[in-house]
Design a protein around this ligand. Structure first.
Ligand code: NAD
Ligand code: UDX
Length: 476
């Protein structure tokens, strides 16, 4: 093989691009990794001297960045240069659901992927392997190829060549480093065998051969959407059974354990909760729904769409239960929200169930105090699209007259004074060790604790005198 890979560029320094390239840089010290982004602030944060201020919180990430940054891993906004010098380019940009136009609300918005492909077409030199890392609708590789090939005319024809591969990312946030270090599989889809082998050679630095899977490019794109659809489907399934538990006296934890022991079902992804969040599940299922509709497979589309419907229904029912238990009104009642991230060990709030639930509670007039160990209150404000209640007394009075509820953020857990209810929405470790006896003394009676994540010690809560509502527990 004459062509070899020395220099790698990743377009998109987000939740996937950042950690993925950091881990690769740690494992492949002989290769150079340039991670580029149009977002100047994000790049500045990746380059922050204070490693605790990286734009993404992931356990283990800080240590890897310390070892690799400015050695063989570079973060910059110099996109053209990075493309020019790259032998291989990962496209790892955002692919959210389209908000307007054809396919709005379902299909992926590919404008960032297209912009990246156009930049690659313009600035690449010599032979370049272009790898889809973003999650994309089936046959996007065709679009990328046609954009790249459209530049191959006249003089350019001899100078530039491209090979397009699909290499979807399966990492989950909160465990990204662990998932990247020890993946269940690495999927490489394509037609150019030489390019596929070159990409696999990078992974072989730490991934065993038998975990590297070669497929055709369309199977690789579809396998990624299907994987997320299956995982999300499990959560909607268990949440629907959880609601049945609550009315029949069964306990969802016991049901999960019993069915999970069947090796055909397996025990993972059977935790009932407030509903799945995160940037991927909803978007990828809707993408699949759009694909099915496009090809006239209406029943298939409806089947997958129901997974999203159940999730929305589940998020809605949590706020309703809180109102019902608090005598039908939560107006001006102080409610503590424990956790805003869509899952523990991440600062990501995209599609977090907490957003919908908090909005519903505020609409009902509640005064929320929101705690999360990693989420920034500026992010919460952007998600809720409601300003926090001012600390100043006078301003706060005018705020209250507005008839709707309010929210305020707290960095610490010294927040239970005068509260009517506590709602656990994210399974952060520190919520497991709260002293409920102490908390009970601070709360207005009858006090309520709503645990949507099964994190609290049921016996200790009961002993404290706080009323407990536990997700999927019909026996309480
Ligand atoms: P993200 O929004 O965190 O990051 C994407 C980055 O791309 C942003 O910083 C944005 O500024 C940058 N960008 C967009 N257009 C650009 C351009 N033309 N040039 C340079 N930079 C550009 O998104 P993410 O969570 O990292 O997801 C990226 C892709 O990976 C998506 O397709 C997603 O579905 C997929 N994915 C995400 C996860 C996850 O856990 N977040 C896991 C697997 C796959
Ligand atoms: C998901 C996929 O797991 C990952 O493979 C893909 O690359 C990106 O999308 P992520 O969204 O980061 O990862 O986290 P995940 O652990 O899948 O959790 C998604 C949501 O489901 C979270 O809100 C989580 O709390 C919820 N969940 C997960 C449950 O409610 N119950 C479970 O048993 C598992």
């Amino acid at each position: 093989m004459s062509f070899s890979i020395k220099n790698i560029c990743c377009i998109g320094a987000g939740f996937v691009g950042g950690p993925t390239m950091a881990l690769m840089a740690e494992k492949c010290r002989n290769l150079i990794f340039n991670v580029v982004d149009i977002n100047k602030q994000r790049i500045a944060e990746w380059n922050n001297k204070d490693f605790s201020k990286l734009p993404i919180y992931e356990p283990g990430l800080e240590e890897i960045i310390k070892k690799t940054r400015n050695k063989n891993l570079f973060f910059s906004t110099e996109i053209e240069d990075a493309i020019r010098s790259a032998d291989l380019i990962f496209i790892s940009v955002n692919t959210p659901t389209k908000t307007n136009g054809l396919g709005a609300g379902k299909s992926s918005d590919l404008k960032w992927v297209e912009a990246s492909a156009r930049q690659v077409a313009k600035f690449a030199e010599g032979h370049t392997i272009v790898v889809e890392k973003s999650t994309l609708p089936v046959r996007t590789a065709e679009v990328i190829e046609s954009i790249l090939n459209s530049t191959l005319s006249g003089l350019n024809k001899d100078k530039k060549t491209f090979s397009v591969l699909s290499n979807p990312e399966f990492l989950a946030e909160g465990t990204a480093i662990q998932d990247l270090e020890n993946p269940d599989r690495v999927l490489i889809g394509g037609e150019d065998k030489e390019a596929m082998l070159l990409l696999s050679k990078i992974y072989k630095n730490w991934v065993p051969d038998n975990k590297i899977l070669f497929t055709n490019i369309w199977s690789s794109e579809l396998a990624k959407l299907t994987s997320n659809a299956f995982l999300a489907q499990r959560i909607s399934s268990i949440n629907s059974i959880s609601a049945i538990c609550e009315v029949t006296g069964a306990d969802i934890r016991e049901v999960s354990r019993a069915i999970g022991l069947d090796t055909r079902i397996g025990s993972k992804f059977l935790d009932s909760g407030p509903g799945f969040g995160g940037s991927c599940f909803k978007k990828d299922i809707l993408n699949l729904v759009y694909l099915a509709e496009y090809f006239g497979l209406e029943e298939v589309a409806k089947f997958w769409e129901e997974v999203v419907h159940i999730n929305i229904w589940n998020q809605k029912r949590i706020a309703k239960i809180v109102v019902k238990k608090l005598f039908g009104t939560i107006s001006q009642k102080k409610i503590i929200i424990l956790g805003f991230a869509f899952k523990a060990n991440t600062n990501d709030t995209r599609e977090s169930s907490a957003i919908k639930i908090c909005k519903d509670l505020i609409e009902e007039g509640a005064e929320l105090i929101i705690h999360d160990p990693k989420v920034n209150p500026i992010q919460i404000e952007a998600d809720l699209k409601i300003k926090p209640k001012p600390l100043n007394n006078e301003a706060s009075k005018t705020f209250l007259n507005s008839n709707s509820g309010s929210w305020r953020f707290s960095k610490d857990l010294n927040i239970f004074d005068g509260s009517h209810a506590i709602l656990v929405l994210t399974e952060w470790e520190e919520y497991k060790n709260i002293d409920w006896n102490y908390v009970a003394k601070k709360m207005v009676k009858p006090a309520w604790l709503f645990d949507t994540r099964s994190v609290v010690n049921v016996e200790l809560v009961k002993k404290s005198g706080i009323n407990l509502w536990l997700i999927g527990d019909g026996g309480i």
